[in-house]
Write a protein that binds this ligand. Structure first.
Ligand code: PDD
Length: 287
């Protein structure tokens, strides 16, 4: 498996970064995860725009122009021997230079960021998994207040996701001050009385590329929808609950904290949106 590190393509096992890299010592970095279907990156410009937003959010200059990112990512994709990929892109603030303090919270000057990318086979849910749906647990969102930055420091998300894993579930649905934010690694949608509800983008959540596509598809296909704050009571009395992400796509949550969501099976709108999403992907791949 080939990866990219600071200007070179090399086998993943040979990629080495200095122990003092601030990504390692402080979690001082940002990332993206781009799904690739039949060697075509999905919504790459949207991912690169979000990467720019994350870099701006941590005051780190983007080491590449958009056109350079395109070239590097296309080359990385071409080097893999599998067609459907999940491309991980990480930019950290790099390792301090000679003569600089080895570990200092303050932002160092004149340090080259570390750019690392690798690709894995993209594993999306099977039709059987989609037909079954998944269970989720809920938890208080105890993350920081810049959840719109796709930061590599994911300790809170990891611990929150583990609560779901411990309960043999797929996701943790997070609530802050009585309102839905998102999943530990996904966005969450609610369906009530035929209306698709999505929480509004803010500093309290990461606006998913899949989230955007789902709302675009809802608008294009006349599905009633609203982007607004969603209360915990609305989450708990939802007819349907979905999680969305680049790897999970549109996945129905059929049980929350052990209680069936709606009829306890993937609802009609989840099935319709998944079908629209699959068709949309095919169209993008053919374009
Ligand atoms: N995470 N919110 C959070 C906290 C996420 O980590 C993710 C995705 C999303 C959905 O974003 P998108 O639709 O662009 O994938 C929302 C990726 C998949 C990850 O960390 O692996």
């Amino acid at each position: 498996m080939s990866c990219y590190l600071n200007g070179r393509f090399l086998p993943l096992a040979d990629a080495k970064v200095p122990a003092l890299d601030r990504g390692f010592v402080f979690g001082d970095g940002v990332y993206e995860l781009v799904p690739v279907y039949s060697r075509k990156p999905f919504r790459l410009d949207d991912h690169l725009r979000r990467l720019q937003g994350s870099l701006d959010g941590i005051r780190l200059a983007n080491p590449h122009e958009v056109s350079e990112w395109h070239e590097l990512i296309v080359e990385l994709i071409d080097l893999q021997d599998f067609a459907d990929q999940s491309v991980y892109i990480q930019v950290t603030r790099g390792a301090p230079a000679e003569g600089q303090p080895p570990r200092d919270h303050a932002l160092p000057k004149g340090v080259q960021p570390t750019v690392f990318m690798f690709a894995q086979p993209l594993v999306t849910a099977s039709p059987a998994q989609k037909a079954a749906g998944v269970c989720a647990v809920s938890a208080a969102d105890n993350r920081w207040l810049r959840c719109d930055i796709k930061a590599t420091s994911l300790l809170a998300n990891i611990l929150l996701r583990q609560q779901a894993v411990d309960a043999e579930c797929a996701e943790t649905v997070m609530l802050r001050d009585g309102f839905l934010t998102e999943g530990a690694a996904s966005n969450i949608f609610v369906v009530k009385d035929g209306v698709l509800l999505a929480p509004p983008p803010s500093n309290l959540m990461l606006t998913g590329i899949t989230y955007d596509v789902v709302l675009e598809l809802a608008a294009a296909h006349g599905i009633p929808h609203a982007v607004r704050a969603i209360s915990e009571a609305e989450v708990r009395s939802a007819d349907e609950l979905w999680m969305t992400s680049s790897t999970r796509e549109v996945m129905a949550i059929v049980k929350l904290d052990g209680v069936p969501v709606g009829a306890g099976v993937p609802g009609p709108l989840a099935q319709r949106m998944d079908a629209l999403y699959q068709t949309f992907k095919q169209e993008v791949m053919r374009a």
